[in-house]
Write a protein that binds this ligand. Structure first.
Ligand code: HEM
Length: 420
């Protein structure tokens, strides 16, 4: 039998009322009487970003960034950015072939390398153009991701935050500040009538300049809204998939061990799409979502939440509810039939006002649009390419789960590419 999924709850969640049920979590996330929550550590790098705003300000900010998630933008991220990077990364690996022709590597940095260019384009980071700079950018974004999610760190959260501030300083000096300066010039020329709006870059930093939110305080130039929003988008667009995607390969390997008759299915895109949906459902990017009640509220189930009270929404166990996903909901099943109106990944991309803006980039615009702008999604594309090159988990080096945080993710997944 495939391994059962478990969802440990971080100990810093014990003071809060915990909500386990899918229906209640959906009701809270869809309600405009609850607003975004989080422990104080969450605000250090995410405060006043689109993720943390609520009400009309949040609507306004979401509209400001909506052009980044148009169908055309997503088709371009996948076709113009992801595909060439995947090809380049695989080409670079060819020089590491062993005598038998196989290549041994680790899936985690490989995925980051594949996704970095999309992250840089969405945010508007220039100069990520040599192998050295790419590696430096990748490491900085990875370290910032740890700091931005410090509320889930196992160890000394203050030390994680201190290291994160130093990382942000380096990211600003080496990449973000020069990129912002270029966009300020372009936007100034646009405002002087020299450049048309459609000729400006389409990215977070340009949109911040157009909105005149690019205020950099003189007394603390490394720590302000512009860098927090840029940092949030960098982390949201890369760390999430880096955490989830390895689960797909691990689940498929386990499934095929038990169902050898499905071995050839690894080259079937519809099987892979179902495997990605199941992996997303079983493994969420954060162990808990937090919301605060704006007034005394009684849910339709009778649960009461007092004004100002923060509730811990245990979305990972809710995604395993047999009433919604069937008797074997706590296990991976790529043949699962999901009820009409239900997404295969359940609560994984959130619900309501804060639902993930990047979900179609990850899961694809398959069947949602015409051939010109249809996409298969970053996760299926990467997984499909890896199987086309004979990927297997390294039999001598099992995957290792992250231990420094409560994220349901791997820190290392050694793989072998047999057919590169
Ligand atoms: C496996 C991939 C991903 C997962 C599982 C995921 C999950 C989530 C979740 C659960 C939220 C809502 C958090 C909350 O309600 O508190 C969210 C928000 C968001 N995500 Fe994603 N995400 C993924 C990839 C991406 C990508 C590729 C982008 C592209 C930039 C992105 C951009 C965003 C943005 C901008 C928000 C904020 C939306 C808002 O607060 O209104 N995400 N994501």
């Amino acid at each position: 039998m495939t391994t059962k999924t478990t969802c440990p709850i971080p100990p810093n969640m014990t003071p809060y009322q915990q909500v386990h049920s899918y229906a209640e979590i959906e009701e809270i996330m869809n309600s405009n009487e609850f607003y975004q929550g989080g422990t104080p550590e969450r605000r250090v790098f995410l405060g006043d970003t689109v993720l943390m705003l609520d009400g009309p300000l949040h609507d306004e900010r979401k509209r400001e960034f909506s052009s980044l998630f148009s169908k055309a933008a997503m088709a371009s991220y996948e076709g113009d950015l992801l595909e060439p990077v995947i090809a380049q990364v695989l080409e670079d690996l060819r020089s590491h072939r062993r005598a038998d022709g196989s290549v041994h590597t680790d899936l985690i940095p490989l995925i980051r390398m594949m996704l970095f260019r999309i992250s840089a384009r969405i945010v508007g980071v220039d100069g990520v153009d040599t192998p050295e700079k790419t590696e430096r950018f990748r490491k900085l974004v990875e370290a910032l991701g740890e700091a931005a999610t410090a509320q889930w760190s196992v160890g000394d959260k203050d030390a994680v935050l201190r290291a994160g501030k130093e990382t942000l300083r380096q990211l600003v000096d080496e990449f973000l500040s020069p990129s912002l300066d270029r966009r300020r010039c372009l936007v100034a020329r646009h405002e002087a009538g020299e450049i048309a709006r459609e000729d400006l870059p389409r990215d977070v930093l340009t949109l911040i300049c157009l909105n005149h939110d690019d205020v950099i305080p003189e007394d603390d130039p490394h720590y302000c809204y512009t860098w927090r929003e840029a940092g949030f988008f960098l982390v949201a667009s890369s760390q999430t998939s880096t955490h989830t995607l390895p689960h797909v390969l691990v689940h498929i390997a386990e499934w095929i061990k038990e169902h050898p008759e499905d071995a050839a299915k690894v080259n079937d895109p519809s099987f892979l799409r179902k495997a990605v949906g199941e992996s997303l459902r079983l493994h969420q990017t954060s162990p808990v979502k937090l919301r605060v009640a704006s007034k005394d509220i009684t849910l339709s189930t009778g649960r009461r939440v007092a004004a100002g009270e923060m509730v811990a929404l245990l979305a990972p166990p809710a995604n395993l509810e047999p009433e919604i996903f069937g008797e074997d909901a706590d296990r991976f099943n790529p043949y699962r039939q999901v009820a009409k109106g239900q997404q295969p990944w359940g609560l994984t991309f959130g619900k309501g006002a804060h639902m993930c803006c990047g979900r179609w980039l990850v899961t694809g615009l398959f069947n949602r649009t015409d051939d010109k702008t249809g996409t298969e999604g970053t996760m299926v594309k990467i997984v499909r390419t890896l199987y086309a090159h004979g990927v297997e988990l390294d039999p001598d080096n099992p995957p290792k789960l992250i231990t420094a945080t409560y994220h349901d993710a791997y820190e290392s997944v050694p793989i072998v590419l047999r057919n590169l």
